[in-house]
Write a protein that binds this ligand. Sequence first.
Ligand SMILES: [Zn+2]
Length: 259
Amino acid sequence: MQESRHFSSNCIVLRVTDYSESSYILLLLSETHGLISAIAKGAKKLNSKYFSVFGLLNEFDGEFTRSARSELLTITNANLIKSHLPGLKYSIVQLLSAGAELISQSIFEEEEADKYYRLLHGYLTYLPTVSNNPVLIFWRFIYSYLKLVGIELEITTCHQCSSYMGMILNYSIRNGCFFCSSCLKKESISADLSGSASIVILAGVSAEIVHKLPSIGNHMSDFTITKTTFELINKVFLNYLRYHLHPKLHLNSLKGFII
Ligand SMILES: [Zn+2]
């Protein structure tokens, strides 16, 4: 199929890289074309009409041209729809940026672009309205993302024997899944490990949060989230993402996050 040289689409800015004195290269999530890289010529100039359009996580309506010689698109026109970050607390910016970071490392077909766009857009607009425990919305975002990618988190039944797991969640780093207590023992023995290094146990608040993620909107004030809970749940999610998607996947935006 001959691809059209021009198209327009709503976009969210996922990454901004300096390219020259006056231009940026942008990594964008386009509603119609998925992840695209585009050059914004002259956008760094103070008198450019695009000067404030291409900030991180900004949403804009853009027009693009494709050249036959390069993967890189050229932005020929852009109108700002919304800047999401100005005025937000740094911790909220970190959580939003981590969401963008995850999307930027995704691989998906152009036909699915609108689904990823809706997910990120919903996250960008909803998270800043939350006052209690905003990190819960970040975890729900990851939960929904996993569903969209097709690697939904299985937390009801044991990966090994399919028995019901109950409240406590034993996550095996080596296997990228949850085990019931008896399979966990076997797994630890066969791996010839004490189990402590390769297993993350989510109990108490951590387990309750993960169990309630599908309807977390109804439980926003139910939890006191400690640094340990934050780190344990992130550890499980990051490992799960790395195991099932990409071993080098990163969420660097969360570095230094203060809960
Ligand atoms: Zn089992």
